[in-house]
Design a protein around this ligand. Sequence first.
Ligand code: PHE
Length: 340
Amino acid sequence: MSYQDKVDKIRQDFQARINSLKLTDSSLEELRVEFLGRRGKITHLISKINEVSSKDRPVFGQLINQLKQEVNDKYLELKTRISTLTGEEVPTISDPYLPGDYFPVGSIHPVEQTTQEIKRIFASIGFSIAYGPEIDDDYHNFEALNIPRHHPARDMQDTYYISDDIVLRTHTSNTQVYLMEQQKPPLRYIVPGRVYRNEAISRKSYNLFHQIEGLYVDRNVSFAELKGVLEYFVTQFFGKEEKARFRPSFFPFTEPSAEVDMSCLFCGGKGCSTCGNSGWLEILGCGMVDPAVFEMVGYDPEVWTGYAFGMGVDRLTMLKYKIEDIRLLYNGDIRFLRQF
Ligand code: PHE
């Protein structure tokens, strides 16, 4: 057998051994000893290089060194493969009846829970959902809603002005105007969103809060329908046992206007500090869309009629969960939020 044949033979042997090798530390070590060890096949053949004629020696020397390199590379490759295999923790389940790992999850903020509930109730009776801007121009927040500048009605809502003409919206009613500017009737929407008022912060009021506006415009819409829809809402949201009342009121953009009060759930209607001893808490304002508003958005008030309402989501949340201080909804205390 020529030197070259011997080199080739070792390569074949090695390949055959690899193909049937068990990937364990000990069999890999055996393999290393067999080929690369002090008495290994390759080491042995290298020691025989001086039996080759000095003319052929450089060529064969290169061949055997190359084989040694190949075998060594393969050996190292297999060694790392084994160590990653065993280094990885193999999951074992000691007791399949143990509860799974606990992943801490957040909870849905109570105001958001109320919003979702209200959306669900109105969606079930055919209302779509729309959103409007929180930073808005004076026109959409006031002017188009029949509240001109210097009109005393502006005092109803203390406003944050960003500039002379730009405000943080004081109510979601601004979106009524956008909806009517952009679409022809009939339309039926609710509009959830944040609103802002420059008010002193106290147990009962915050300078940021949430409203859900409602708007329905069609031919021959009646006040009785408005009443029916709101009664439906109140019973769905609070249940049949809780009492609500309609009370005449005033808003520049509705005529006639009303407010809905809930019997105070903190004192059962007897009168307490939360309801100002009246036994009632206001939850929403509403009314028939004022013809002046229809004219502003280019609807013919002789043809179209509609109702609108705006409810305080924070108020509803406080009533439903008996939260007596609105600031709890905004200071992010995790001990409070975890209860929902
Ligand atoms: N925008 C009024 C408010 O914030 C509520 C309201 C909405 C009243 C729609 C009537 C109709 O107080």
